[in-house]
Design a protein around this ligand. Structure first.
Ligand code: NDP
Ligand code: OXD
Length: 319
């Protein structure tokens, strides 16, 4: 029996059906409505969104909070509208974190163990062992964006024997990981990193950070040759033309990119066919409704009981 109010579900880019089913299962006492809803439905008190169309959250008089379907919230701010002044909750969930760390570990190991080289050899039936094979302990992984996902990836990479360092906006104290912060800390961080794993959010401060000036600060040579970039943060962090130029100049040895701007990556992009570029289709961590929806509904119930919401977005910082 639905009597606790309504949840507005507004997603673009994929079928909302599985999210609607999961919300209805987890919140049988709430009604789930799909956008376009009545523009000013006073019964809507929560919104669950991914890339909502502009204006869809305006004019809901009793909206209490917005829940992002993903860990990143740039999609919310990108809609070109002023968001209502209510708390914004993002995803922090073991399921998503584990999937992201799987991706980071997978790509790091693929580069360590010469995956691109051996796949190329296989295509040509070539048989040549590359004896320049460093051990994990000789390789430093720089986690760019030492937040929730970055810390988990670091823990798992350390277990494999890598040295890991981290970069964040604010200073951190961490026993296992040397940390760097802010613009002043970036050069020191890059000077040590053999592989940079980018897990930054896209904000006005981070947009376009993976550019020529960033690549110029990277360590020129290391145990893997030129440094490697893995980006699973957001496409807007990277300047694709600068990545291609850095690959040509051998400032970058190879890159793995999961995110692009725009997505899907257009068929004419030269990244598709570059031999030192590995592409995945924003697949580093799928948001799974069965894992992410029940904690969202728990938070709605807790908020209705007067408890504080967790995993809130800092609007000023943009993440
Ligand atoms: P967090 O907010 O927990 O961590 C973000 C980290 O980035 C923090 O360490 C933060 O610093 C740092 N940071 C933010 N702005 C700056 C800046 N200007 N300079 C230096 N460091 C900065 O986010 P999550 O770890 O949960 O998620 C990170 C991102 O991963 C998401 O925003 C999303 O874009 C992406 N993502 C991609 C997925 C995919 O499938 N490809 C799936 C899930 C997420 P501080 O610690 O000081 O706040
Ligand atoms: C996220 C994503 O932000 O899937 O969770 O990209």
């Amino acid at each position: 029996m639905a009597d606790k109010g309504k949840i507005l579900l507004s997603v673009t880019g994929f079928d909302p059906g599985i999210w609607k089913d999961a919300l209805e299962k987890a919140a049988p006492d709430r009604t789930v409505v799909l956008e376009p809803a009545e523009a000013s439905d006073p019964e809507i008190d929560y919104a669950v969104v991914w890339k909502q169309p502009p204006g869809v959250l305006d004019g809901l008089p009793n909206l209490k909070a917005i829940f992002s379907i993903g860990a990143g919230v740039d999609h919310l701010f990108a809609a070109g509208n002023d968001l209502p002044d209510v708390p914004i909750v993002r995803v922090v969930a073991e399921d998503l974190t584990d999937r992201m760390s799987e991706y980071s570990v997978w790509q790091v190991l693929d580069h360590l163990r010469k995956g691109p080289l051996y796949r190329d050899q296989q295509a040509r039936r070539g048989w040549h062992e590359d004896l320049m094979q460093p051990a994990a302990s000789e390789v430093t992984i720089g986690i760019l964006g030492y937040g929730n996902l970055g810390r988990d990836a670091a823990k798992k990479l350390i277990m494999l024997g890598f040295k890991v360092i981290g970069w964040s906006r604010t200073e951190k104290q961490d026993e296992a990981v040397e940390t760097f912060a802010g613009e002043d800390g970036l050069a020191g961080f890059l000077a040590q990193s053999d592989i940079v794993v980018c897990l930054l959010p896209l904000t006005p401060a981070t947009r376009g950070i993976l550019s020529a000036s960033f690549f110029a600060k990277m360590k020129p040579r290391g145990p893997l040759g030129a440094p490697i970039l893995i980006n699973a943060g957001r496409g807007g962090l990277q300047v694709e033309a600068d990545i291609l130029a850095a690959l040509e100049e051998k400032r970058l040895g190879a890159v793995s990119l999961d995110v692009f701007q725009p997505e899907p990556l257009p068929p004419e992009s030269p990244l598709w066919t570059h031999p030192r570029v590995t592409i995945t289709p924003h697949a580093a961590a799928t948001s799974m409704p069965h894992a992410l929806v029940p904690p969202m509904v728990d938070q709605m119930d807790a908020h209705d009981r007067g408890e504080k919401l967790k995993n809130l977005v800092d609007r000023e910082a943009g993440y």
